[in-house]
Design a protein around this ligand. Structure first.
Ligand code: AGP
Length: 689
């Protein structure tokens, strides 16, 4: 979790006010990654104290550290209050300056200023660090550092990092020679275990930043200007990282959302890379853990040449536009996101004539997938639910048995994964720790690993053998909505691509491909239920609990609908397999508990009708989702409330059916007065186990 961000301006004059606002804005873009506390560090206008007994470079300034519990706006308020009190000059201009920033999702220690980042080496803030991830050996490191006289102030695992950096710096300095900033960081990395992306700032290295990563994501953004002026024309064609004196702005960020409004030229930093920003240059060193262990001394890093890539996203994607909330925007943009997901992948020969499916990232692996002994879908939360929705169709078309694994459970059980398996990993963010660990596990067991993700360049995208990007566009609301529907569509296309195109399945395949073409229209149609769902939310807003029953293709819809309601509306809600109703849940039924039954037309329709009757017989308070025109069939004589949705092929019906439930969850949240986009205790990507 957590978001880290840094800004370095080089030969570009920027006022302190501008730098502060840029850091705050970076944090706002990353806030969805964690939002219980935040902090920043910038330079002050005082030089480091001589009391520290250190030789700081002549141009070094004392770093200022601001940390606050709560959301970014609370940090912003507290920073400006402090600035007022201390009369810090906001108009002071810097031609070179480094600032770092952090937004937190607490793992070690509750949200509080002292547990917020930047974490410090101690008095004088000789080393400051912002961290996304977890240091697993922090207890041992802390004990060692305490023995060397370090005093800890926070409960975080992160605090060992700046203290270790100071320890290393002091030691190397005493041994003669002044280490470079990247040497210090490389030595720190050698001792750290766990997953992390880190950015270091230090008055020992004024106007330099060092960043490194292992496991957690980190991007570098570059904006280089043609003229030596304050914000001249930016170069849009820089391809390689070469050292120039051109004015430039450099950004480091956990994800692209905080970069896109500044630059599209980015570098996805790889694991074990150390990026050193200094004097207008960007050097990248590769940490070689084997080499470091073998020599037992200072790591000998190799320098790495990297080309920049161009971000394929637009600023509009990260803005709310005319919507009140990101979740609302993302629900309503599903006709477009689904279109983008399918774009270039559905091949039609002519009207009504279907040619097939083109999945570039999979084409060399389709034979292997067809021959697998088993397809195993692996994911967490909504991504797991999407795979569950696609499972019946993948089984039907591929003929390969499909099993389902929640990533954490697979790891807990060390469940069997074989060389003959195809393991399909589904993750919106591509950085979910459980999913990535399950990927490592499946790889070690020799399975073919396929990734399905929304995030280009994510760990999942990079570490799987092959895969498909869902191309749903940036999803910022913590509750996943448009990614879910795009994931189902991608897995449907996967089934079509893997499945044989025998005569017997031809008409089924063609009907589905036709439906895929028309799906955005059907989604537009179902979105018209918005007001109806708002009315329903008004009716349900004071309830304590809500059950959802589904089966077949729509068991996943029940799970996902309930997940949405509990996640954002903070209302207890359970999705259940309707076939299991009689085996326990029926005991809960009375005339007060609201129950949503999903009973659209498919092979399970008649079974769902008897479920409805059994619930009626116990005076259940029913809301039935049914196919357009079926209200009087499922709720004869107005015996319950019906939600009518447009009909599509059974395997695509979950895409349609989830939308009223997403709308219901959204309206319930607004009516109950909770935070829609940043639900209590959650964060967008779960990068810790
Ligand atoms: C979705 O609404 C949830 N926030 C959550 O269940 C999420 O789907 C889960 O954490 C998995 O995330 P991923 O898709 O990024 O791997």
């Amino acid at each position: 979790m957590c978001g880290i961000f840094a800004y370095l301006n080089y030969n570009v004059h920027r006022e302190r006010r501008y730098i502060l606002e840029l850091l705050f804005n970076g944090l706002r873009r990353l806030e969805y990654r964690g939002y219980d506390s935040a902090g920043i560090s910038i330079d002050s206008d005082s030089v480091p104290s001589a009391d520290l007994g250190r030789n700081f470079p002549a141009n070094s300034m004392n770093p200022l550290v601001f940390r606050q519990e709560g959301k970014i706006d609370q940090l912003v308020r507290s920073v400006y209050e402090e600035v007022d009190e201390t009369r810090l000059d906001l108009d002071q201009t810097f031609s070179v300056h480094t600032g770092i920033a952090h937004t937190r999702w607490a793992t070690h220690g509750p949200p509080s200023p002292r547990n917020s980042h930047p974490q410090s080496s101690g008095e004088g803030n000789e080393f400051l660090v912002v961290h996304n991830g977890i240091v697993t050996n922090y207890v041992v490191l802390k004990e060692t550092l305490v023995r060397h006289g370090f005093k800890f102030e926070s409960e975080t695992d992160t605090e060992v990092i700046p203290k270790l950096a100071k320890f290393v710096f002091d030691k190397l300095s005493e041994e003669g020679g002044r280490p470079t900033f990247s040497q210090v960081v490389l030595e720190v990395m050698r001792q750290l275990e766990g997953a992390y992306a880190l950015i270091f700032k230090s008055p020992h290295y004024p106007n330099e930043l060092v960043a490194c990563k292992r496991g957690s994501p980190l991007l570098l953004g570059l904006k280089e200007f043609k003229e030596n002026s304050d914000g001249g024309t930016p170069f849009n064609d820089v391809k390689f990282l070469t050292k120039t004196d051109n004015p430039k702005e450099l950004f480091l960020s956990s994800d692209a959302n905080a970069l896109i409004e500044h630059t599209k030229q980015v570098l996805v930093i790889e694991d074990d890379e150390v990026v050193h920003l200094k004097d207008g240059g960007i050097s990248i060193l590769k940490f070689d853990s084997d080499n470091a262990k073998a020599t037992g001394g200072l790591p000998r890093p190799a320098s790495v040449q990297r080309a920049l890539s161009i971000l394929e996203m637009e600023v509009e994607q990260i803005k709310k536009g005319n919507y009140e909330h990101y979740m609302q925007k993302e629900i309503h943009e599903q006709p477009e996101s689904l279109k983008t997901t399918m774009s270039g992948r559905l091949i039609q020969e002519g009207p009504g004539k279907v040619k097939g499916i083109l999945l570039g990232g999979l084409k060399d692996y389709l034979k292997t997938i067809r021959r697998s002994r088993r397809i195993v879908f692996i994911g967490c939360g909504t991504s797991y639910n999407a795979a569950l929705a696609a499972r019946p169709f993948v089984e039907e078309l591929s003929g390969v048995p499909v099993s389902m694994e929640i990533a954490s459970d697979l790891l807990d059980r060390q469940g069997p994964i074989y060389r003959e398996d195809t393991a399909v990993f589904v993750s919106q963010s591509g950085e979910t720790a459980d999913t990535l660990l399950a990927l490592d596990y499946a790889k070690k067991n020799g399975a073919l690993c396929v990734g399905i993700t929304n995030t280009v360049g994510s760990a999942l995208a990079r570490n799987t053998h092959c895969g498909i990007h869902i191309n749903a566009g940036a999803e910022i609301g913590v509750a996943s909505t448009k990614a879910y529907t795009s994931q189902i569509v991608v897995m449907t296309m996967l089934a079509l691509a893997v499945g044989d195109d025998s005569i017997s399945s031809k008409s089924r395949r063609e009907a589905i491909i036709d439906n895929l073409f028309d799906l955005p229209n059907k989604v537009r149609e179902v979105l018209q239920l918005d007001d109806e769902m708002k009315d329903l939310a008004k009716l349900l807003m004071d309830e304590q609990s809500l059950l959802m029953f589904g089966r077949g293709y729509n068991y996943a819809t029940a799970l996902e609908g309930a997940l949405k309601v509990k996640e954002v509306a903070l209302m207890h809600s359970e999705g259940m397999l309707a076939g299991e109703m009689k085996h326990g849940p029926l005991a809960l039924v009375d005339e007060t508990l609201p129950i949503v039954v999903i009973a659209t037309r498919d092979a399970c329709f008649s079974k769902q009708q008897s479920v409805i009757q059994q619930l009626h017989a116990r005076k259940g308070r029913l809301i039935v989702m049914c196919t357009k025109g079926d209200a009087s069939v499922v709720c004869p004589g107005g015996s319950c409330r019906a939600i009518e949705v447009p009909a599509v092929e059974d395997c695509l019906q979950p895409v349609i059916n989830i939308i009223p439930l997403q709308l219901l969850a959204y309206h319930l949240t607004v009516l109950r007065g909770f935070d829609v986009d940043q639900p209590r205790n959650l964060a967008k990507s779960v990068t810790t186990q």
